[in-house]
Design a protein around this ligand. Sequence first.
Ligand SMILES: Nc1ncnc2c1ncn2[C@@H]1O[C@H](COP(=O)(O)OP(=O)(O)O)[C@@H](O)[C@H]1O
Ligand SMILES: [Mg+2]
Length: 269
Amino acid sequence: MLRQANTGVVVDDGPAGDVPASPAVLRVENLRKAFLSGSQEIVPLDGINFAIERGEMVSIVGASGAGKSTFLHLLAALDTPTSGEVYFAGNSLSTFREAELAKYRNGKVGFVWQRHHLLPDFTAAENVAMPLLVRGQSLSRALQLSREWLGEVGLSDRADQPAGRLSGGEQQRVAIARALVNDPALLLADEPTGDLDERNAEAVFELIERLHGAHHLSSILATHNLSLARRADRVYTLEHGKIAPGAEMLAATASPAAGVGARTPGGRA
Ligand SMILES: Nc1ncnc2c1ncn2[C@@H]1O[C@H](COP(=O)(O)OP(=O)(O)O)[C@@H](O)[C@H]1O
Ligand SMILES: [Mg+2]
């Protein structure tokens, strides 16, 4: 709901009836996404209402195919909803022009995928520098910032290695540095530890927790791993198109060894 604040600035403090709290960094209203598969309609998101405040870490658990990736893609403006709205800092993404959307994707959101999506023939430093170059930074400044970030994720000594030669855990740390190099407000991570063994998964998750705190991020992590998910400030379950607080349903159905959902022993989805 738009209202005139004392300062004369028009602010959006949520739908009528909401308690006017500190405005959410990200808020979604009645978010719906439907896909057509042949003649069948698949509705992974069927009326989602959700908000995250600055500095919060929220995890989202759900079985494979529940719609976690779809949800994160809509939040990152990598896809558009069938209906409903995503608001960033009170502004509906549906009102953004293409150039504003590009700025939002590159500057406000850091996205980490399950597979790192690095360019294997480019060095770690070059991979991390890419979002800075997209924003128009000079190459020398971009590489300088990139090296600082590689230091932050503990990979100073790997900066000049082609990304394709790094270990899985190292690649994911480079991907995290690349996601954060533009100082985004939001970190969206889609099963960021899903491809890693237990030890590397723990190390990468710890890194995300540390960077989340140090950079005052608002972070949303989709994960199959309930014990990691529970370390967030809030846990939500995505199921049957709806999102609900807690992970009790999944805890009841998950086998402790396999985590949640259908996973192969190798840890791949
Ligand atoms: N581009 C697409 N076209 C058709 N169906 C899709 C598409 N993307 C996702 N889906 C379907 O939407 C559902 C949710 O997928 P997804 O968001 O990837 O789930 P999760 O990440 O929780 O495993 C699945 O049934 C999937 O097959
Ligand atoms: Mg997924």
